[in-house]
Every structure is written in C-alpha cells, then in structure tokens.
Design a protein around this ligand. Structure first.
Ligand SMILES: [Zn+2]
Length: 310
C-alpha cells in the first residue's frame, strides 16, 4: 500500500502578470471579443504520479472546481469511479491487479460538469511483486475435472462475475478495514500454485487457517452481493462495499447472511469450514476492486479515520 500526496496540475508561468495583461490587451485589440466555449480541456501527460506494487491499492485524489462533477478514471480498461471527498476533492481507492504488467501505465481521468469536460492523465508506476511458489497435493478428482464438473465450474465462474457487476456510486465502508478472523496464513496472496505437479492460476486471496466453526466477520460495512456453494470455493459470501469494491469469504461451513442484506463492519457473515476444494478448515479471503485482484491486507493497511478517509 502506498499513499502519495496529490500533486495539483501546474501550469508553467513563463509570463509575468504584467506582460500577460499587455499580451491580452494586444490580442483583444486585434481580434473582436468572443466568448470561447470551454468544452474539452486536456492537461499534460504527467498531472500526477503514483507508485505501487502488483496487488496493492492506491488512494488517489483529484482536485475539482465543482462538487456536482462526475469523476471517473480508467486503468487497463478498468472503470474507476471517484466519489466526492470535499467540495474541491474527489477520491478513489484504485486496485493494481496481481498480474498487471510492471512499468508506467497512464490512468486517464475525466471530470465532467454541465459546462465542460476536463481530462487528466496520472502516471501509475506498477512495481513487480515477488510471489512465492506453493506446491500442493490434492485428490485427483479435484484437479483433473471431468466434463460434468468442468461445466459446473464454468457456470459458477459466470455466476461469480455477475456478483461483481454492481458499481455503487458511494463508499459504504466506514473507518478502517479489519481482518475477518485471527489465524495463521497458510496460503499467501499471489503465490504461484503448482497442484499435483501442474502449474495453476496464482492464488487470488489469503488463506487463513482457523478452527472449524470460527466466526468470520465482515471486514467493513456493505451489502451482501451474493452467497453461493461452488465446486472450488465451497460455501461463500461476497460483500459489496460500494464503488466496485467487493470482499469474499470462502470455504465456509455455514453462511449466516442472505443476498441483499446490509451488514455492518465486524458483523459475523459465516463460519470457518473446509467446503469446496480445501485441504482443511480455513478462510479464503479475497478482494475484487474495480475488477482487479488485490491483496486483502493492502486494504487493512490503509490508514483510514473514523469516516473511512485517510
Ligand atoms: Zn485460497
């Protein structure tokens, strides 16, 4: 997690105020006065710069003149909604996916009001994270899927992506994010997995081992976006925290909430189990942020105040 102070776009002032006034006077005497509609404003390539590792989150703020503005960003085609922080600032938590290519990437930001549209470009320097390799041995039928199971898994993947579709316009989180359970991390976020000798997709969450039946708490306030019982993830709960931020709790032995239900930060949503593809009782804890798979600990590390602001 990195937080960089916002850098307000600067205009290079090559003219003194006086010479500008003379210049304006000269121009006005040559050309008739006309009202120029200010439709589109493009700022320079480096209006601000940010830096973060793969799987981390960035708190990004944008200066605005109009609190009624609509502000959104795009990074790797991922839509990032900004929300009003004050009358003159909008903010977003931006996720860097665990597999985003390292290097400098431009995030384009649009500030739209009824009068005009402003465009800013923020440079995001994505730094490579060193992920560990994890070797696992699992029952063959949980790895080499038969046609029927493969079909089931594909349908469940579609069902899961639907859970992430709703993009709320306001943050639902209140104050800092918490760890859903206390336990031992047994599977790190981002680890490259070799299961029964085959290289599989990297691990998109944190696995925390805890006794069967341990209550699992919502890491922040939100709405239950979905509950499920899937082949891989077992019994699971997805919570929508607004603005495209979702937390996931998998392999539960019991689900204690229903889809559409509002949950408070710290409220129990289910119990630790070993449902789905699991070698023992543990919580798989994951985050989806604007479509990016980010480390849940990147969120708990955000130093947010009682209003959920840094
Ligand atoms: Zn896991």
């Amino acid at each position: 997690m990195r937080i960089r102070p916002i850098q307000t776009p600067t205009t290079s002032t090559r003219f003194t105020r006086q010479s500008l006034l003379i210049l304006c006077f000269l121009i006005m005497s040559i050309f008739p006065i006309q009202v120029v509609p200010s439709a589109e404003h493009h700022h320079s390539e480096k209006d601000a710069q940010f830096r973060g590792k793969q799987g981390e989150v960035l708190w990004i703020e944008v200066p605005v003149n109009n609190p009624q503005a609509q502000v959104s960003g795009t990074l790797f085609k991922r839509h990032i909604p900004f929300f009003p922080l004050t009358d003159t600032r909008f903010a977003a938590i931006v996720g860097l996916d665990m597999q985003d290519p390292p290097g400098v990437q431009n995030m384009s930001i649009t500030i739209q009001t009824t009068e005009k549209t402003d465009h800013l470009t923020y440079a995001v320097n994505i730094v490579k994270e060193d992920y560990a390799v994890q070797h696992l041995t699992l029952p063959k039928n949980k790895v080499d899927l038969d046609a029927k199971t493969l079909k089931r898994v594909r349908l469940e993947q579609q069902e899961m992506s639907k859970a992430f579709l709703h993009i709320g316009t306001q943050p639902l989180w209140t104050s800092a994010f918490l760890e859903p359970i206390q336990g031992t991390v047994t599977g790190r976020f981002g680890s490259r997995r070799v299961i029964n000798g085959q290289t599989k997709r990297p691990h998109s969450g944190e696995d925390i081992a805890a006794p069967q039946g341990t209550p699992v708490h919502a890491m922040n306030t939100g709405t239950v976006a979905a509950t499920m019982d899937h082949f891989f993830s077992g019994k699971g709960v997805v919570i929508d925290h607004g603005l495209g931020l979702f937390s996931m709790y998998f392999h539960l032995s019991a689900i204690d909430v229903q889809t559409g239900q509002a949950v408070n930060k710290g409220e129990p949503v289910g119990k630790v189990g070993a449902t789905g593809r699991a070698t023992g009782p543990h919580l798989h804890w994951g985050i989806r942020l604007n479509g990016a798979r980010v480390n849940p600990y990147a969120l708990t590390a955000l130093p947010l105040d009682m209003k959920g602001r840094p």
